[in-house]
Ligand binder design. Structure first.
Ligand SMILES: [Zn+2]
Ligand SMILES: [Zn+2]
Length: 102
């Protein structure tokens, strides 16, 4: 907020200038104008989801292939509704995938 140095009234913006009803005018500096525009444009660089494994939950289970003790798991509902959900594991180390045995 800026005030007129001549009469002390609040200045209001008009055509890239600050004007006062007494006739005072003050040009807005280029720097100010640009910074406003940049703020609008700079934004969003949507990351491609390639590290999706990082967001999967992990569980303590022994990998049948490499004996690693951690694996990501995913619960998938099988087609028929009366069947229980099946858990799929993916070893955090060797990426071996297997399903839960029961
Ligand atoms: Zn004024
Ligand atoms: Zn493994």
């Amino acid at each position: 907020m800026e005030f007129c140095p001549d009469c002390g009234t609040m200045l209001f913006p008009k055509d890239n200038k600050l004007t006062c009803r007494c006739g005072f005018e003050k040009g807005l500096s280029d720097a100010e104008t640009y910074s406003v525009e940049e703020k609008v444009e700079v934004k969003e660089t949507v990351k491609v989801v390639e590290d999706i494994d990082k967001f999967k939950p992990t569980t303590d289970i022994i990998c049948p292939k490499c004996s690693n003790k951690k694996a990501y798991y995913e619960i998938k509902q099988t087609r028929s509704a009366d069947e229980a959900e099946t858990r799929f594991f993916t070893c955090t180390k060797c990426k071996h995938t297997w399903r839960e045995y029961d």
